[in-house]
Design a protein around this ligand. Structure first.
Ligand SMILES: C[S@@+](CC[C@H](N)C(=O)[O-])C[C@H]1O[C@@H](n2cnc3c(N)ncnc32)[C@H](O)[C@@H]1O
Length: 235
């Protein structure tokens, strides 16, 4: 059975998930970069990644780097990202390509409270031309030093946290998710296997986070408190 604290945590995550932000990864080939983006996506509150791998990887995700975030993030693979992007466009999404072209704009000037697909490019070649062509905006993160670009996972993390900042300011993380979203994520995350009832999640839990116990919140477990006490005594 899940602890009250775990249930509370899942309730917050499920209701805060911003599913109208999609992360596009165009021919990303490095397993570490992919794993880091998945982890940042989950951390910032986003749960949809569409990805064209550069070649077939035997192990897609490195759990040392993703820290298990792949369970909470939908990763869909495509041979070609463009048709999927066009489909999303027809559903009302806009496409932002992270591409430092002449017409590119500072990523902070975009209104990220709207539905967006933000596309990051290959480690060497950047975003493909055919994707740049259909993008509504080209965006860049200002580079004030001597190097020309950031690592893709760093560029993604910085961008995702700007999206989070704007959406937080707009109160978008304070809303209750629709019952459809909750049901959808409940099924995707196999929460029934954790003995969690769907009904317990439909309405967002409110109030402070329940106290920690042995199973989660290591920092407050008896073991850690004892170690801390010992450490302070020996100082
Ligand atoms: C190492 S960069 C690729 C550099 C490549 N030579 C190019 O011209 O685009 C890999 C990816 O990280 C992202 N990226 C890195 N630095 C960026 C920046 N300053 N602004 C926006 N995106 C950036 C982009 O998605 C880029 O396609």
């Amino acid at each position: 059975m899940p602890t009250e604290r775990r249930l509370y945590k899942i309730s917050q995550v499920i209701h805060q998930r911003q599913l109208d932000i999609v992360i596009g990864l165009d021919h990303i080939h490095d397993q570490h970069n992919l794993s880091a983006v998945i982890r940042s996506a989950d951390a910032a509150g986003f749960g949809r990644i569409i990805w064209t791998p550069d070649f077939k990887m035997t192990e897609k995700v490195n759990p040392e780097i993703s820290r298990g975030a792949e369970r909470w993030v939908d990763l869909n693979l495509y041979d070609d990202l463009k048709p999927e992007l066009l489909k999303l466009k027809s559903q009302g999404y806009k496409i932002a390509a992270t591409h430092m072209a002449r017409k590119a704009v500072d990523f902070r000037t975009i209104d990220w409270t709207k539905p967006w697909v933000v596309v990051f490019g290959n480690e060497h070649r950047g975003v493909s031309d055919d994707i740049v062509e259909i993008a509504d905006e080209n965006i860049f993160l200002p580079m004030l030093g001597f190097v020309q670009s950031l690592n893709i996972s760093v560029a993604a993390a910085v961008t995702l946290y700007e999206i989070q900042r704007q959406r937080q300011e707009a109160g978008m993380y304070d809303l209750n998710a629709s019952a459809e979203q909750v049901k959808d994520l409940y099924n995707k995350w196999n929460l029934s296997e954790d003995h969690i009832q769907l009904n317990s999640l439909i309405t967002r839990m409110t109030g402070p986070m329940p106290e920690s116990d042995h199973q989660d919140g290591r920092e407050n477990s008896k073991f850690f408190l004892k170690m801390k006490e010992k450490f302070l005594k020996n100082k």
